[in-house]
Write a protein that binds this ligand. Structure first.
Ligand SMILES: Nc1ncnc2c1ncn2[C@@H]1O[C@H](COP(=O)(O)OP(=O)(O)OP(=O)(O)O)[C@@H](O)[C@H]1O
Length: 359
């Protein structure tokens, strides 16, 4: 099946600064794809070249199989929703939503507006002006206006960024449900990893203009391709390491850890001899005051600090040879992990990974 959106070897430079580097990415029809990355990684620029608000430096962009690389933005049939909703203040809700249809001289405007208002639960507010609406309601108007003309793809850049925490959580669910109902193809930009994990079919992690990995939220979390992705998404323990042997298991020497560390061969994706050993804190087990059985990794540590985070508590430890480690325990458990106490941490070779270092 052809992708609804396809980037093919796209580069974007601002003057002599590369901002998007060799981007090749397909987005399926009806898919919700999120570009996630730190500030300045090129997410917004990617959306802007797709929307036609910026020209690419080289490469090709296709929409439903049609090359649009040099097409004017208004001919691309793309809906846009940004953080500042940019509603027309002198128009009612219904007039705001009708605007894209009027601009396109579309047929059946009344019925289409009614349907869009219904989908976004705005029917009762149709005669209000933007200043008479809450932030969440204004954002729903922006959404209704973006999908009312049935665009080939909806681009959203931090659309929930201006809302407070509770409303944002609520709008997340609402936006996702709406996207499913109308079957819209969405390319979404955020630097909020929780938002990306909660809403997306696939997440693309960007760093310095390079798309590092594109996969389902679970795949990205469980099998990050490099240490940048591991660090950016979720909590991780990442330690410099060197591969000593690659046989049944990969055997690592990990900085600040005494003795060899075993990693399943499938979890060794490091392209060099040196890279980073990575494990998620929830995979580390507190083995009590004795070392674990052979074939299981074990490190003796001392508790340095406890950080209370509501439902869970983060416990920071230091290995005897100096490596910083961390476990996460449900609050109320792990009472023995008092500051200054010594423990064995253990984990199986299946729990850790050996990754290419990308910083
Ligand atoms: N018009 C421009 N001229 C020159 N440089 C630009 C321009 N727009 C963006 N940049 C630069 O390109 C880089 C990527 O910017 P972009 O806005 O795409 O990042 P982003 O990942 O969306 O970040 P944020 O989350 O902060 O919006 C940044 O270093 C930025 O300073």
């Amino acid at each position: 099946m052809t992708d609804q959106v396809a980037f093919d070897g796209v580069h974007k430079w601002y003057g002599d600064v590369p901002v998007v580097h060799d981007l090749t990415l397909g987005v399926g029809a009806g898919e919700f794809l999120t570009l996630l990355g730190p500030s300045g990684s090129g997410k917004t620029t990617t959306l802007r070249v797709l929307a036609g608000l910026e020209a690419v430096t080289s490469g090709e962009i296709r929409l439903a199989g049609r090359t649009i690389t040099d097409e004017a933005p208004e001919r691309r049939n793309i809906g846009l929703v940004f953080q500042n909703y940019a509603l027309f203040p002198h128009m009612t809700v219904a007039q705001n939503v009708a605007f894209p249809l009027r601009a396109r001289r579309a047929a059946g405007i009344g019925a289409r507006v009614d349907r869009a208002l219904e989908m976004t639960r705005l029917t009762a507010l149709r005669e209000r002006y933007p200043r008479q609406l809450s932030g969440g309601q204004q954002q729903r108007v922006a959404l209704a206006r973006a999908f009312v003309f049935d665009p080939a793809v909806l681009l959203m850049d931090e659309p929930l960024g201006a809302l407070d925490r509770n409303l944002r959580d609520h709008m997340r669910l609402e936006l996702k449900a709406l996207q499913r109902r109308v079957g819209a193809t969405v390319v979404y930009v955020t630097h909020d990893q929780e938002e990306a994990l909660a809403m997306s079919d696939r997440v693309g992690v960007m760093h310095r203009g390079v798309l590092q990995q594109t996969a389902s939220p679970e795949e990205i979390y469980e099998r990050p391709v490099n240490s940048f992705v591991a660090r950016f998404l979720g909590q991780s323990v990442c330690l410099p390491a060197t591969r000593v042997e690659r046989a049944e298991h990969t055997v690592l020497r990990v900085e600040g850890v005494t003795g060899p560390i075993l990693v399943d061969r499938d979890n060794d994706t490091c392209e060099d001899l040196s890279g980073e050993f990575m494990i998620r804190p929830e995979r580390l087990r507190i083995a009590g005051r004795r070392p674990a059985p052979s074939g299981v990794n074990a490190v003796r540590c001392v508790v340095e600090a406890r950080v209370y985070l509501g439902a869970r508590t983060e416990v920071r430890l230091r290995a005897e040879a100096g490596a910083p480690l961390q476990v996460t325990v449900p609050t109320g458990e792990g009472g023995a992990l008092t500051e200054g106490s010594a423990h064995w941490l253990s984990w199986t070779p299946a729990d850790g990974r050996f990754l290419t270092r990308v910083v």
